[in-house]
Ligand binder design. Structure first.
Ligand SMILES: [Zn+2]
Length: 472
């Protein structure tokens, strides 16, 4: 029997199995000859293995794919039918579990609602408006963020943005998920071997099907990919052709950071940098506005400044340490600042460090270097200066303070000053000479002479006065 014939025969066996389960395969196939490869039952592939070498399949010697007599003979083999039935049931169960795992548990939501019901995934986020923190939370759906590097920080960052309901996420990474990544958050052991971007997209789509995803499984530092990367951050917004709103660097090497820096300086794209130290106990985030704040090349780390190939720095057998805690903290402060920047609330940090040993969070901001090695950075600095000079001088608007009025004051209670303005003026003593902006809370009252008869000063000493009294 040739391999093709054997395959056709095995497919007949699957037909029998389907028949015994009441499938319509039998009727469909009985009217037309069956050839190898035509049948597409989900059980076919798996059952091929099971039937290899089975005595019943050996007994099928017929070269004709549809031989009723032989079918009958095999049908008579009860044990085989029972075995097949059981195996099919098993496979179907397995299939439905896998499908339910991969299928999204909810449909897309057209409009974010603030309705407080258990089924609304956005109720807690929309409550930020009611609490007076964010003016228009739903605006988050109009933003696109690119995350470069989907490792310990990037994957958690992407998850937080997905859960917050960001409009679109672009993910860039060329690594595969490894079991060595399991000390961090997000990825799971069963994803080992998959590309990080694909595994991440799968998980994230399941968490929030409202978010649009675009993933790129490549290294952005190669010339060809760099061009594509530039193209996607400048055109891959929610509306194709528009730039993304923010680029987040979550990479673990200087070469990739420099590539992001170069791209963002050229495009004038605002981005945020993040990093965790090799010893896993410190990290930082940094907001970079080309031309306005220092770029990554303005004050380069020694490795970059000295043009050292960082690959040569990696000592053989010594691997960088990492902690899920530090990476989680850095991802948290990164996304916190992304939300503040996009939704316009609070103060966005230009640089925020995290020292885990002392629980110290230093902040600072850095002006760009006029002699930066990146020519686009210098160009953006010139543009920024011109833009600033063209701006009208801001007028100092004195805000009138609105008096505090209690909404509910059914007793009509009022606060009245116990002393009049005049009394207050009269009671005030001399005001010390104070620098501008400092006022006194109170002054020492001017001492008034006490009432009653007073004696004139005389030059006599105390002894002389006592002698006079004795003589009286
Ligand atoms: Zn620069």
């Amino acid at each position: 029997m040739t391999q093709g014939e054997q395959c056709a025969d095995l497919e007949l066996l699957f037909l029998i199995a389907d028949v015994s389960l009441g499938s319509s395969w039998y009727t469909a196939s009985a009217t037309s000859p069956v050839r190898c490869g035509e049948l597409q039952s989900p059980a076919v592939t798996a059952l091929t293995d099971l039937l290899q070498g089975h005595p019943a399949s050996e007994s099928l010697g017929c070269a004709s794919p549809w031989c009723v007599e032989e079918l009958g003979a095999v049908m008579a083999s009860d044990t085989l039918v029972q075995e097949l039935k059981a195996r099919i049931r098993e496979l179907e169960e397995e299939l439905s579990t896998v499908q339910s795992k991969h299928e999204s548990h909810r449909n897309k939501i057209e409009k974010m609602s603030a309705e407080v019901v258990d089924s609304n995934p956005y109720s807690r986020l929309m409550a930020l408006k009611r609490m007076g923190i964010v003016e228009d939370y739903e605006k988050i759906r109009s933003f696109t963020v690119a995350v470069v590097g989907v490792g310990g920080v990037g994957s958690v960052t992407a998850e937080m943005l997905t859960r917050c309901g960001i409009g679109k996420l672009l993910l860039f990474d060329y690594d595969k998920v490894e079991l060595a990544n399991m000390n961090r958050l997000f990825f799971q052991p069963h994803q080992a071997g998959l590309s990080k971007v694909e595994a991440a997209e799968h998980t994230l789509r399941n968490i929030n099907p409202d978010v649009q995803f675009e993933v790129h499984n490549y290294n952005i530092t190669t010339i060809e990919n760099f061009q594509h990367f530039m193209d996607r951050i400048s055109k891959g917004g929610l509306k194709e052709g528009e730039p993304v709103d923010l680029v987040l660097s979550c990479v673990d090497n200087f070469e990739a950071r420099m590539a992001i820096n170069t791209a963002c300086n050229e495009l004038g794209q605002i981005w945020m940098e993040s990093g965790v130290s090799e010893n896993a106990v410190s990290g930082h985030i940094q907001l970079i506005k080309p031309g306005e704040t220092a770029c990554f090349a303005c004050a380069p780390p020694l490795v970059v400044a000295a043009n050292i190939d960082e690959k040569t720095l990696k000592r053989a057998g010594v691997c960088a340490a990492s902690l899920p805690t530090t990476m989680g903290v850095v991802a948290g402060i990164l996304v916190q600042n992304v939300l503040k920047y996009l939704l316009n609330f609070g103060t966005v940090s230009f640089y925020l460090g995290y020292n885990a040993m002392q629980d110290y969070f230093p902040t600072m901001s850095m002006k760009p270097n006029p002699s930066c090695s990146d020519r686009y950075c210098v160009q953006r600095q010139e543009e920024f200066k011109l833009k600033e000079a063209a701006k009208p001088k801001p007028e100092i608007v004195v805000k009138e303070e609105t008096p505090v009025v209690h909404e509910e004051n059914e007793w009509g209670i009022e606060l009245v000053s116990e002393v009049s303005e005049e009394e207050l003026k009269e009671a005030s003593g001399p005001v010390p000479d104070l620098p501008e902006g400092i006022t006194v809370a109170y002054t020492i009252p001017v001492t008034k002479p006490t009432s009653g008869a007073t004696v004139e000063d005389s030059d006599q000493s105390l002894e002389e006065l006592m002698a006079q009294m004795k003589n009286m």
